[in-house]
Design a protein around this ligand. Sequence first.
Ligand code: HEM
Ligand code: HEM
Ligand SMILES: [Fe+2]
Length: 443
Amino acid sequence: MEYRSQRIAHWYFRIALVLFVLQVMMGLWLAYNYTFTVPQEIVDVFPFATARAIHTNLLVLWMLLGFMGGTYYIVPEETGSEVYSPNLAWLQLIALVATGVIAIIGFLFGWTKGRPLLEIPPPLNYVVVIGALIFLFNIGMTMFKAKRWTVIQGVLLGGLVFLALLYLFGIPFYKNEVIDWYYWWWVIHLWVEGAWELVTGAIMAFVLLKLTGVERRVVEKWLYVEIGLFLFTGIAGTGHHYYWIGAPKYWLWIGGVFSALEPLPILLMVIDTMHHVKHRQTQIINPHTWTLAVGCAIFHFIGAGIWGFAHTLPQINYYTHGSQVTVSHGHLAFFGAYALLNLTVFYFAIPKLKGIEVYQPTRAKLGFWTMCSAMMLMGLTFGIAGVLQSYLERVLGMGYMTAQGHMRLWMGITLVLGVFFLAGVVVTVFDLLFMKPAVRRAE
Ligand code: HEM
Ligand code: HEM
Ligand SMILES: [Fe+2]
């Protein structure tokens, strides 16, 4: 750690890690609901939709905290200066965490806007907006005052501003359902397939630069190509959500063609990362951090690129839309791209924040491989349940609940795999929170 104010990042990371564990525990409860019949008295006080809202909102919250912490860690090094106001960074952290806690308690009492993933009701939305404005102001001022611009900084700031602007489209409620869903996707799709990809590109470029010592010029050249392609395919690719919501027919073509191209920039990211493996200039001190970065690139490609492509053409999506095939892709993509990205940043930054030069990688490796294998298998079991569901409901015309009976086995296996996944998460989180330096071998 070179700058004092980078320390703020540590608290963003710590809170994100605790929320990650809670998020996954709630995932297990959801899978339990699909596998067993929950007594009505429990459903009355804690319905599936509430648990789902907690699972997904915790997901978004911990990942955003991770991105913000990552930004507070990276920007001082890129600008060569301290964060503009550490106090604002604390204020913003407290505001966001308090909002998260109030939102979750609110969900338990039915205080929700109802739209999936964006359940937070308007008064709290405004606190989130204020938090985001403080964050952007703080980061922007740090960059402007330092007057040392890099491409990484530019892409990071651009991605974060884009991310914050899109959030605004999810706040109003439109009485017309078509319009309401139309803008809902501006947040959901343009976040994960637009703004978040820019943030990922910038953060990954920074980590690769620092880990490998590859020339900045080379890293930045790739960054331009990737973000250009991400924006080009991702924005028009929004159409893959407009097939069946009542939007005009031309979206079938636009959505199909452009979203089919979306795996391309993700593949470029894999090639780019591998390119750096070959041409690295320095010895990598903590090779496990490097395993995470490569793992993230590959899992990102599998979950978002391959699994996304599999159901993005209207001819296929007609059958799989809104089934467990979607859930399978949602898990593999979110985990591969954004959970692993955050973990890469945590494993890169936390040792430095703790003043540990070389960390003991045993637990980290165990956690990583347990999580990755369990999640890959969960992607498959969700996927099998989804293909079954598509066939039973959309080809045979079977009713929703009758089809569920046939899918139960696969949801049950998902539940068991989920226990292993949670174990991997607990090992990883424990390792990050209580990291120890590696014991030196006898000289
Ligand atoms: C890291 C990037 C990505 C993440 C995190 C992600 C995540 C998700 C999630 C959570 C959903 C479900 C939304 C809902 O209905 O509740 C979804 C839907 C979808 N995604 Fe992705 N996705 C990513 C990239 C992609 C890519 C690159 C493609 C195409 C190549 C794609 C194609 C789709 C399609 C077609 C749907 C709609 C499925 C349906 O009709 O039910 N996704 N994605
Ligand atoms: C023990 C691990 C987990 C289990 C058992 C689990 C289970 C579930 C279940 C059953 C659902 C509801 C699907 C539905 O509404 O039909 C769900 C939703 C979701 N989960 Fe998980 N989950 C786990 C971990 C995770 C992780 C680690 C992530 C992200 C990194 C994640 C992201 C999501 C998302 C994005 C949705 C919404 C999907 C959609 O709208 O299609 N989950 N989860
Ligand atoms: Fe999408």
